[in-house]
Design a protein around this ligand. Sequence first.
Ligand code: MN
Ligand code: MG
Length: 371
Amino acid sequence: MNKKTLIFLIILSLFEFSHPALSFKAATVHPLPGVVDLRILETTDLHASLVNYDYYQTRVDNRIGLVKTATLIKKARKEVQNSLLFDDGDHLKGNPLGEYLARIRGIRKGKLHPVYRAFNYLHYDAVAIGNHEFNYGLEFLNAAVKGAKMPVLNANVFSVKKKKPYFTPYVILKRKVVDQNGRKHHLKIGVIAFMPTQIMKWDKANLEGKVMAKPMVDTAKEFIPIMKSKGADIIVALAHTGISYGTYSAESENAVYYLSKIPGIDVILAGHSHNVFPSSVYKNSPDTNIETGQINGKPVVMAGAFGNHLGIIDLRLKKTNGQWGILKGTSFTRPIVNDAGTSLVKRDKRLYQLVNPEHQETVDFINKLGL
Ligand code: MN
Ligand code: MG
């Protein structure tokens, strides 16, 4: 043995001794073959709450704001190998910043709406259109979504003239995921979005003669087989609708329970009613497990509103005979403040800088009005 080899062996042995935990772990943990853990993150009903700020009281409000949720998003991503991020709609309207941009200043040519600037920065994988997105008219909406780098989805609002979906109804995202053994796999994630048909009443002046809304459940039943035939391994529904357990009707505003019964829909991101799911609110509800966050055995999450919670669904997938199946799916939420109202996270500095120009303009506008 020459000197070089000896030194090499000594170094190797030192490495072994100095990492007893590593070698122990490798010897005792047997990850399942082809098992992929996939985390799905949700924001919903942001209502233009980008900054942790109350424009009515003109002061900081740490109970709201995507600048806070963003910190939870980054943390939740870091904890896992594979994740996706979606917004469930109602993101453009609902506070003075949204009003100021839509009714006073408008979207400057070539400039992004700050909500979509935020979505781009946080690398959302897709977003849903919510009913409130129609409040400023179709022209404003079309201008606002123009700079979005992710698919902007809805499947049940149809163009009257063209007789086809007004938005992109669904996408099949192709993502590389890493299994528990570190092996790469290709996964096709189908994503489809819905909203209540009540928009035709709520936004009659903006929508009549231009678009029409079809029932969410009927639309799902129409598109899910198409998405499956196009190779979707799993299907995520961005359902801008709440959870109610009454008798189903085509006009049910809160359709999550009925959507969860449709074969092929694997995961439901809920919204619209500004509730938190899972939570004790739903503890005595039929076919609902608030421990696992499942309705009819499907993982469902609803992340409150205004960025006050991040919704998280952890899926465990396994490929058998070339087909991906879901071994496990659990959901939970993380809040930005505790019950006493104390902040649990700092704001994301970079995001705050990115949306601060419009935030400051809105504050200045309010101050000028002397409100
Ligand atoms: Mn809403
Ligand atoms: Mg809504």
